[in-house]
Design a protein around this ligand. Structure first.
Ligand code: ADP
Ligand code: MG
Length: 236
């Protein structure tokens, strides 16, 4: 196979950080549990996308990541699969309260992430709930009360539910900010900061963004600890 350097060059991956592990250029090299490998095969996927190849070994090392990659690059499984393995390593049970939180800017995107989490997490017995605005809270609160390992949420609705004390984030140890640039553009920074205040600082934080302007750099600097940065393609 290609060396790490050659693979990165070929796929326009740049990494910034100390001792960045080499990319997983095949699914087999990732050492995933067999139920996850089966789901990937079942989906008809033949190889990791570049963002997956490079972010999986970093995330599985427990390190913080900021990844800059454009839409359609396969970011969702880039953070979900290490999140599933994180749950498995913790021997988590869904009655403990959610351990993984994914923040997403819109109902549509949150729903897509939820669908991906259900599809790829099913055989690992991972349960996930999705919380978003523009819909009644009742069914979402009912789903939450049944217990879930993963919460996928828009910042506004999660903040409302937090204020109602209907969810605790004190067990969250794996936090994903997906489409961080878009969440900031939509004015969600205050809600994000309030949510993060509820999460213990001893956590792993992954931030995914399509662009890298100074507002995103600032929140990354505030919320991530010594992150590895992964860029795919040219970033501005
Ligand atoms: P992004 O979040 O970067 O916009 P998504 O995670 O939504 O991208 O992935 C885009 C599409 O690619 C989805 O339909 C997803 O199921 C598919 N996909 C993800 N990983 C792979 C892969 N390794 N090979 C082929 N398709 C993939
Ligand atoms: Mg996405």
């Amino acid at each position: 196979g290609l060396s790490a350097e050659a693979y990165r060059r070929h796929h326009e991956i740049t990494v910034i950080g100390n001792h960045v592990p080499p990319p997983y250029t095949t699914f087999q090299s990732a050492g995933f549990p067999s139920e996850i490998l089966r789901e990937l095969q079942h989906a008809g996927f033949s190889a990791p996308t570049p963002i997956q190849a490079q972010s999986w070994p970093i995330a599985l090392d427990g390190r913080d990541i900021v990844a800059v990659a454009k839409t359609g690059s396969g970011k969702t499984l880039g953070y979900l699969i290490p999140g599933f393995i994180h749950l498995k390593n913790l021997g988590s049970n869904s009655q403990m309260g959610p351990l993984v939180l994914v923040l997403s800017p819109t109902r549509e995107l949150a729903t897509q992430i939820q669908d991906e989490a259900m599809k790829f997490g099913r055989s690992s017995r991972i349960s996930s709930v999705c919380l978003y605005g523009g819909a009644p809270k009742g069914p979402q609160l009912r789903d939450l009360s049944k217990g879930a390992h993963v919460v996928v949420a828009t910042p506004g609705r999660l903040n409302d539910i937090l204020e109602m004390k209907k969810v605790s984030l004190h067990q969250i140890s794996y936090l994903v900010l997906d489409e961080a640039d878009r969440m900031l553009d939509m004015g969600f920074e205050p809600q994000i900061r309030r949510i993060v205040k509820e999460i213990p600082p001893r956590r792993q934080t992954l931030m995914y963004t399509a662009t890298w302007p100074k507002e995103v750099r600032k929140i990354a600097a505030d919320l991530l600890v010594n992150p590895v940065q992964v860029n795919i393609g040219n970033i501005d």
